[in-house]
Design a protein. Structure first.
Length: 363
């Protein structure tokens, strides 16, 4: 946060200013209410939320990016509309048709220059018009999803993108007590950001059950199978195994360690779990062929079965199926995409080549 008022003020000071409806902060800081999902001007006359349910951001863009929508009482965007007619024109169009998917050619059809629109919205809102339209569309969509469903599959299958603000809005709207799940065990799901894309982690109180890249096409089916195998539902939330694996992934991507000690569940046959154990024994920075893995599990004729077990892995990176390559040294299929497989292998080679590396075997 670079805004002067925000950067020099504590949460307590900002909350006191909100209670006092201090006009000095108006337009410089916005109050976001987690329980309602709205953001307000600091002078909003509405009933004030509790301090622990309030977050403060210094731009409208940050409010949208974190999944909040404008308050209909204090209308925090009105001052921007008054200052910039172009912004007002397009914001009115967004209000009239919130489901519309906007493209640059739509702006051209309105006789508007996309570059001029981009600059105006970046200057007054903090993000482009197209980004704003996308976030507002996603926000409305997830409200509908949250009303009718509380499992992560609903959001994934709805086809929404993976923006961080959208994910946070999903988390907030779905909450920790989904309707209709009383008496059933809940697995918790959370988003983990990485340099090569967002991941979804699913865990119970003691064990990590799934860790996959968000854009993997098979993810909805994997979540469905996990729910069936565990006879549990999946809702958003944080549990110790998720916090643990997030920290270990941070160390991994920062090049500090390739060790993963978070307990993981094995949802597979005895043979599949044996293959996954063999994968975890492959040292970082090295690779194995499918046939070599078959030898290591003492079933040299089971190369195809090893490949199937490799593909069934739903705990990416920790169970390093990316370290298995073709017999000719070529990169073979990887659910997260071959570009990620190449990236991970190169990252591990660099990590292990560092003279001061503190990395250890991931077993």
């Amino acid at each position: 946060m670079t805004d002067m008022f925000h950067s020099l003020s504590t949460h307590e000071q900002l909350y006191a200013a909100l209670l006092a409806r201090d006009p000095a902060y108006d337009g410089h800081v916005y109050a976001c209410v987690e329980t309602t999902g709205i953001f307000c001007r600091m002078t909003c006359p509405a009933r004030k939320p509790k301090s622990e349910n309030t977050r403060f951001y210094d731009t409208v863009a940050a409010c949208f990016e974190h999944g909040f929508r404008p308050c209909e009482r204090c209308r925090p965007l009105d001052r921007i509309r008054e200052r910039e007619p172009l912004v007002a024109q397009l914001m009115d169009l967004l209000d009239k048709d919130p489901k519309r998917v906007w493209f640059e050619h739509d702006l051209l059809e309105l006789n508007l220059d996309p570059s001029t629109v981009r600059r105006a919205f970046k200057r007054h809102i903090g993000m482009t018009f197209l980004d704003l339209a996308r976030l507002r569309r996603a926000g409305r969509g997830i409200e509908q999803i949250a009303t009718g469903s509380s499992v992560i599959e609903a959001q994934l299958e709805a086809g929404y993108d993976s923006g961080s603000g959208f994910r946070e809005a999903v988390t907030r709207l779905i909450g920790d007590s989904p309707a209709g799940l009383k008496g059933r065990e809940l697995l918790r799901a959370a988003w983990i950001e990485t340099p090569i894309g967002a991941m979804v982690a699913v865990a119970d109180t003691n064990t990590l059950h799934l860790l996959e890249f968000f854009d993997r096409k098979a993810l909805p089916n994997e979540l469905k199978r996990l729910r069936e195998k565990t006879r549990a539902s999946i809702a958003f939330g944080r549990l110790p195994p998720i916090d643990s694996i997030e920290k270990e992934l941070r160390d991994y991507f920062d090049g500090r360690s390739a060790a993963f000690k978070t307990p993981i569940a094995c949802h597979g046959t005895a043979f599949t779990c044996k293959v996954w154990d063999a994968l975890k024994a492959i040292p970082p920075g090295t690779t194995r062929s499918y046939s070599k893995v078959a030898d290591e599990v003492e079933q040299p004729s089971a190369t195809r079965a090893v490949a199937r077990a490799n593909g069934a892995n739903q705990i990416a990176i920790v169970i390093p199926c990316h370290r298995v390559i073709g017999a000719d040294g070529s990169l073979t299929g990887y659910g997260g995409g071959l570009w990620r497989k190449h990236w991970l292998l190169e990252h591990e080679r660099r990590m292990m080549a560092r003279p001061d590396s503190e990395t250890v075997d991931a077993r």
